[in-house]
Design a protein around this ligand. Structure first.
Ligand SMILES: Nc1ncnc2c1ncn2[C@@H]1O[C@H](COP(=O)(O)OP(=O)(O)OP(=O)(O)O)[C@@H](O)[C@H]1O
Ligand SMILES: [Mg+2]
Length: 142
């Protein structure tokens, strides 16, 4: 569960401040899918960096489940990010030197998931996307 309240992000420009995010309040329930749309420069990536806990230089409040994100230490915030946040980039950013299976395992390995369970998750995803035959292939060969 996400609750943003009155989020503000600005940059000093000239003598004043330019606001990129201003008075942003947003609730996202568990399991809910949300799309953020807007013209280039509207602040979508800026907002995602706040939601993804990559940026802590803003004002307002952000509750993620039971945590007050801005009040956390950098380390605790990174831990929360690691457990709960995932980004899928438009550029797919696979690691060329790792196989398809190993690439799938990387983000799971950052979480406290036992090895056997991770292997089952990887196998399930490979199956779901009909890629079992490609599991030991390296990205450049895909
Ligand atoms: N360091 C900075 N100083 C001043 N303004 C900045 C700085 N960094 C970003 N901005 C401004 O913040 C605004 C929002 O940028 P952001 O990247 O969040 O937009 P976006 O909606 O993701 O755009 P796009 O659709 O092009 O990805 C832009 O107008 C940008 O110029
Ligand atoms: Mg963007």
């Amino acid at each position: 569960m996400i609750a943003l309240r009155h989020v503000e992000k600005s940059y000093p420009v000239g003598g004043g401040q330019t606001f990129v995010l201003r008075d942003i309040s947003l609730d996202v329930a568990r399991g809910e899918f949300v799309t953020i749309m807007g013209p280039s420069g509207a602040g979508k990536s800026t907002l995602l960096a706040v939601l993804g806990m990559l940026d802590a230089a803003w004002k307002g409040s952000y509750r993620f489940q039971d945590s007050d994100v801005l009040a956390l230490s950098t380390k605790a915030r990174a831990e929360l990010n690691k457990q709960h946040i995932g980004f899928v980039f438009q550029q797919y950013h696979l690691i060329d030197g790792l196989t398809v299976s190993e690439n799938l395992d990387i983000p799971l390995s950052y979480r406290n998931i036992p090895r056997g369970e991770r292997q089952a998750m990887v196998a399930d995803v490979l199956d779901r996307f009909h890629m079992v035959g490609k599991k030991d292939v390296f990205p450049p060969q895909l």
